[in-house]
Design a protein around this ligand. Structure first.
Ligand SMILES: [Zn+2]
Ligand SMILES: [Zn+2]
Length: 159
């Protein structure tokens, strides 16, 4: 999850990413994500642009049934490393890091990108039936008991 400025070739190359990223940004959100993918790196003397889409997955909480499940989501990454601090060629849609040489740690860029790309609502699957608003039972696992609880015993006397 690092970009070594002293070793990347001039022009275009690829950077493979694979690793576990700590996210830690809320109780119902994945605490960590496994990130995997390839960024295209353009090394242009004073600046290096690393862009691409990587895949993240981690344990999320379903907003319908509140169950835990493994969620995969795509993460767009665009990161500009300025080696010449006098340069102001950062692009509006990229995260900018100023560093002259050595290894650039991409973890913070990846963390922010993964959080930005996280879907607003997540469900464990299209089949998820969620929790009953009345009795609170998880309808994926058990039957609703609202009807039984509201059962009026007077009807039992009828034939
Ligand atoms: Zn669910
Ligand atoms: Zn119910």
């Amino acid at each position: 999850m690092k970009l070594d400025l002293d070793r990347i070739p001039h022009g275009r190359s690829e950077l493979e990413l694979s690793g576990v990223l700590a996210l830690e940004w809320g109780a119902d959100r994945p605490a960590a994500a496994f990130v995997e993918g390839t960024l295209v790196v353009d090394n242009l003397e004073g600046r290096v642009l690393a862009e691409g889409e990587v895949h993240a997955h981690g344990e999320a909480v379903c907003t319908r049934c509140l169950g835990n499940f493994d969620l995969a989501w795509p993460v767009k990454v665009s990161c500009m490393v300025l080696r010449d601090t006098a340069s102001d060629e950062g692009r509006d849609d990229s995260m900018v890091i100023s560093q002259r040489g050595g290894e650039v740690d991409l973890r913070e860029v990846l963390r922010e990108s993964a959080i930005l790309a996280f879907p607003l609502t997540v469900s464990c699957g299209p089949e998820c039936r969620g929790l009953c608003a009345g009795c609170g039972r998880n309808l994926n696992e058990e039957a609703c008991v609202c009807e039984a609880e509201n059962h009026d015993p007077r009807w039992d006397a009828l034939p």
